[in-house]
Ligand binder design. Structure first.
Ligand code: ADP
Length: 255
């Protein structure tokens, strides 16, 4: 059974419009994002790529309500983030956004299951048992739920982190280089889980990566350079992404 919405019913899970982000002032002023407009489709897996310093993390942090925007708009669903006070922003991040980071950020004293359920416990929400079972089955953790992080491999720890991000059934999951600390086999597993969460569970995932192979798991790749959106690729292959990156490098060298 698939819970995925039909393509016609899909709309943007998150949207940036003319989003700019400036850090510092005067001589230390950095324009990290320069009027970026982009939509992240509901029930889709989007990768954000670009050279180091191009604004990938900043875009993700602004879209996730972790960093205020300098100008323009960042929305999760219909909610404009810049209109929210700190309390509402905290609630939105807790209820509507899931995060997966390069460092797994698990609590060492809790079991895998306790880690997965922790954000729900903090929010005072009772886990939806059926959903939790589905998530745990999708990430293949059923026989590891009683283990503590130190008893799990890096790949298994990141699976726990992915399950934790999915547990509250957030509107959108942001993953920042989720395979950066993993060997290629564990990385492929995590990317497969993220893709399955989109295809089988209807989750929306936005992932920052610099790895063309990782980006090829996504439905779509958007490219950033110098804080601007420069290109996008649908149904990407690793070769296609690599070729596009080479083209940017060549343009950057001649300009
Ligand atoms: P990427 O994720 O593509 O490597 P970032 O979004 O981290 O790029 O950074 C974009 C630009 O913004 C870079 O020039 C970076 O140095 C700058 N930047 C990012 N975060 C901060 C910050 N907290 N303070 C000042 N400058 C920052």
């Amino acid at each position: 059974m698939s819970t995925r919405a039909p393509a016609s019913a899909r709309s943007a899970a998150a949207r940036a419009t003319g989003l700019s982000k400036v850090y510092g002032e005067g001589e230390t002023r950095v324009v990290a994002l320069d009027s970026v407009s982009v939509e992240f489709g509901r029930g889709r897996f989007t990768a954000i790529m670009g050279p180091s310093g191009s604004g990938k993390s900043t875009l993700m942090h602004c879209m996730a309500g972790l960093d205020p925007v300098s100008a323009g708009s960042a929305r999760i669903g219909d909610i404009e983030l810049s209109g929210l006070d700190e309390r509402r922003l905290t609630r939105l991040r807790r209820d509507s956004v899931g995060f997966v980071f390069q460092a797994f950020n698990l609590l060492p004293t809790l079991t895998a299951l306790e880690n997965i359920a922790l954000p729900l416990a903090i929010a005072g929400r009772r886990p939806d048992r059926r959903w939790l079972d589905t998530v745990v089955a999708t990430v293949g953790l059923a026989d590891r739920l009683g283990h503590r992080p130190a008893q799990l491999s890096g790949g298994q720890q990141q699976r726990v982190a992915v399950a934790r991000a999915l547990a509250s059934r957030p509107q959108i999951v942001f993953a920042d280089e989720p395979t950066g600390n993993l060997d290629s086999r564990s990385g492929a597993e995590i990317l497969g889980f993220l893709r399955d969460s989109v295809r089988e569970l209807g989750q929306t995932v936005v992932m920052v990566t610099h790895d063309p192979t990782a980006a090829a798991y996504a439905d779509r790749v958007v490219f950033l350079a110098d804080g601007r959106l420069t290109d996008e690729l649908l149904a990407p292959t690793a070769e296609g992404v690599l070729e596009r990156m080479r083209r940017f490098d060549a343009t950057a060298r001649t300009s």
